[in-house]
Design a protein around this ligand. Structure first.
Ligand code: GLY
Length: 462
């Protein structure tokens, strides 16, 4: 945990933002895989971690803004549990680490909420994303759809405002995750050669993460089918000429994430055709990182990347016509069908459970409904302390190519005949995590090879 002062400060700031009422936070429960004593890896709710730091299941907390009370609800374990789990500090001892003196057993939560409701206090809670939390909120609020319909917009906005700006300690945690990620990529790139299974590389990377006492931040994407954006299948054997896309990250002990992507030639050398596409993506990624500074809208950087990709595709004869018009129409999304990036922090897609539009959009920046552009998770102005992923890519997705071609879509901008030469190309994505500073930006973590020369230099050199 961070020092208790960090959590006290965050809760005090939240009280100032919310002004009155009662705020409920439900921690996560253990989640059974196949029977209750065999649970999935436990992951605490990120907002619970942010305000309370307590990283174990079956907890709740309340902030009574009017009475300036912070209360942790949880049950001390008995001897039966201690036999199986070993010694456990009391809830009181644990709450003290978050700077909270007042604790109550879990069954007092309902009474606390109902008393507040009777007193006419507004009760704030965040939108629940786990089924058991939906049910619990329904019970506490005496309304089965409360979780779905009555979460507090004020609370969502206040939490997004605070969590978006990372303090020094949070950035340090992310750099720890990135240091482990650097190691995983060094090993993975050296292992990449024809004849090896994707799963051997994925297993080694994940093993390194676990050996540091960390966990993976999200299911590892490691695939020779990089055109499938979130491909979690690892059963292919690498062959000469293929491209391997690895998109993976670690989560530090305090649960701050890293998220890095590299594209590696399976045989150690990029083909001339692969080099041409790789250079476009690398150039797009470099210029988008260069453009990161406070006050700039991330949406504008996304559009700048779309332009670089469209111009590059035109130069290769894959697009044609007027690129201003092509971009306006959204034709480039055939090759770049996703957003440039997202915020990262306690969640790899930070705060996505609170609603993407609250996190990435605001009154000044509305979401586009155009294919591809609509997937941009974050578009608004950047501020110092934001940490963004920057992850452009170019993909040849046979199903999408065939669909658009069948519909004669954008035939004035897309050279479908030329695209046939790239049908089996796969995809290329390059991603880093970038902190917005007062004067510009800083790419976090130690550099992981990404120029053609540097990638070829390390690939296959075990
Ligand atoms: N790195 C996976 C994602 O951003 O969705």
């Amino acid at each position: 945990m961070f020092d208790s002062k960090v959590y006290i400060q965050r809760r005090n700031r939240l009280k100032e933002q919310i002004k009155s009422g009662l705020i409920i936070f439900l921690g996560n429960e253990e989640s059974p895989m196949n029977y209750s004593a065999n649970p999935y890896h436990f992951r605490q709710d990120s907002t619970f971690l942010y305000f309370f730091g307590l990283d174990f299941p079956s907890l709740a907390a309340v902030i009574d803004v009017d009475e300036e009370r912070d209360i942790v609800f949880g049950n001390d374990v008995g001897i039966e549990d201690i036999i199986w789990m070993g010694f456990q500090p009391s809830i009181k001892e644990r709450a003290m680490q978050a700077g909270i003196e007042e604790t109550m057993p879990l069954d007092k939560l309902e009474e606390t909420v109902k008393t507040a409701v009777q007193k006419g206090k507004k009760v704030h809670f965040l939108p629940p994303y786990r089924p058991e939390t939906v049910i619990k909120i329904g019970q506490l609020m005496n309304h089965p759809d409360a979780g779905k319909d009555h979460s507090s917009e004020d609370l969502i906005k206040a939490v997004v405002e605070q969590r978006s700006v990372k303090i020094k300690e949070e950035v340090e945690e992310m750099e720890k995750a990135l240091s482990v990620t650097h190691e995983t990529y060094s090993v993975a790139m050296r292992m990449t050669k024809p004849g090896i299974y994707e799963r051997e590389i994925a297993g080694k990377m994940e093993g390194i993460v676990l050996s540091h006492g960390y966990t993976i931040a999200f299911p590892t994407i490691l695939t020779i089918n990089g055109q499938i954006l979130h491909n979690h299948y690892h059963g292919n054997i690498l062959k000469e000429g293929q491209l391997l896309v690895i998109d993976s990250g670690a989560e530090s002990s305090l649960h701050y994430a890293s998220d890095i992507t590299r594209t590696i030639p399976a045989g150690g050398k990029f083909s001339p055709k692969q080099k041409e596409i790789y250079e476009i993506v690398l150039n797009a990624q470099g210029s988008s990182i260069d453009a990161i500074k406070p006050g700039t809208k991330f949406r504008d950087i996304h559009l700048q990347v779309a332009r670089i990709i469209a111009d590059g595709m035109k130069e290769l004869g894959l697009m044609k016509g007027d690129m201003d018009e092509a971009l306006e129409a959204g034709a480039h999304a055939l090759f770049f069908p996703h957003g440039l990036g997202h915020q990262i922090g306690l969640d790899v897609h930070d705060m996505e459970n609170l609603g993407e539009n609250y996190v990435g959009y605001d009154d000044k920046t509305k979401r586009s409904d155009k294919f591809g552009f609509a997937y941009l998770r974050f578009a608004r102005e950047l501020q110092p302390g934001f940490v963004m992923t920057v992850e452009p890519g170019i993909y040849f997705i046979p199903a999408l190519i065939d669909k658009w071609k069948g519909e004669n879509k954008f035939t004035q901008f897309i050279n479908y005949e030329k695209i046939e030469e790239y049908r089996d190309f796969g995809g290329i994505r390059i991603e880093d995590d970038v902190l917005v500073t007062e004067s510009g930006h800083r790419v976090l973590g130690m550099p992981i090879p990404k120029t053609i020369e540097d990638v070829e230099e390390i690939t296959g050199k075990e």
